[in-house]
Design a protein around this ligand. Structure first.
Ligand code: NAP
Length: 267
């Protein structure tokens, strides 16, 4: 496993497991399958509607809390200082944990950014109370991050954004890095479509005797992005974890970077 260091010194595994769209009935097997494959970093969110089942699965697994890295996110409807604190309480109750490793604002409120700034203050409170080891944001632009910097006591440590070879996020990624923010890339394999059929990626995969998904995940890590692909299939969960025995050449990284179309991929 490779690790990235957040600005406060907290260590985050660069490969994790995504939990969006894992049906409640599949959660127990999916989480146990991911733990068996070696994942210890799990990306969760209240809006995914499966945190209670995830909490149950961790409890059953017997894995020690301190060996896990757990992220959750405050949903749009829960923004605001008091509502965020209440949403956090619900999330840790569902997950059956007494702290989170990382708590994020899921989306900025475009119409009322002051509400989002109040939400940030709540995250700072949770951080000061030791209930979260690190705090950050998701889907924030450079402009929105600058507004947070202007009022923050604690700067965001993470920005989680859509990222795959058709949306390379070079500018925002550099802005984040320049400001001490670790980049996380969501939908890293583009939901398993298009990207995995791309000719360039398949050519590189063949050269390394790896799959297209493995090459794309390796590219994320080689370019400094933390990722957490989701799969409900045991074979893919294992495949996506098996990326630590090869590296891409600088030329291959450049070839993948050149596939950028700034394209948002829908489900
Ligand atoms: N902050 C945000 O706004 C935000 C938004 C979206 C996602 N996220 C987070 O990011 C995580 C990952 O993103 P994502 O779930 O959108 O997309 P993703 O991980 O890029 O793709 C998941 C899809 O790809 C398929 N897949 C997984 N591994 C595969 C493989 N090796 N070969 C072929 N297909 C494969 C999965 O199908 P099977 O399950 O059938 O294998 C699933 O349909 C989410 O689970 C969530 O935690 C955050």
């Amino acid at each position: 496993m490779q690790f990235e260091k957040l600005s406060n010194g907290v260590s985050i595994p660069m490969l994790g497991f995504g939990t969006y769209k894992i049906e409640k009935s599949d959660v127990a097997d999916a989480i146990q399958g991911a733990l068996d494959a070696g994942y210890r970093h799990f990306d969760c969110a209240h809006i995914y509607g499966n945190e209670a089942e995830i909490g149950e699965a961790f409890k059953k697994s017997g894995v020690k809390r301190e060996d896990l890295f757990i992220t959750s996110k405050v949903w749009n409807a829960d923004q605001g200082y008091d509502k965020t604190l209440a949403a956090f309480d619900q999330t840790i109750k569902d997950l059956q944990m007494d702290y989170l490793d990382l708590y994020l604002i899921h989306w900025p409120n475009e119409e009322d950014f002051n509400l989002t700034l109040d939400t940030w203050k709540a995250l700072e409170t949770l951080y000061a109370q030791g209930k979260v080891k690190a705090i950050g944001v998701s889907n924030f632009s450079e402009k929105q991050l600058k507004e947070v910097f202007a009022m923050a006591k604690v700067k965001p440590m993470v920005n989680q954004i859509e990222r795959h070879p058709y949306k390379v996020q070079a500018e925002l990624g550099k802005f984040d890095t320049d400001n001490g923010i670790v980049n996380e890339g969501y939908s890293p394999i583009g939901h398993g479509h298009l990207i995995l059929e791309d000719e360039t990626i398949n050519k590189i995969a063949k050269a390394h005797n790896k799959t297209a998904a493995q090459v794309v995940l390796r590219w994320h890590i080689d370019t400094g992005f933390v990722v957490f692909p989701k799969s409900s299939k045991v074979s893919r969960v294992k495949e996506n974890f098996d990326i630590f025995d090869f590296n891409l050449t600088d030329e291959e990284v450049k070839e993948i970077n050149a596939l950028d179309q700034d394209k948002h991929l829908n489900y």
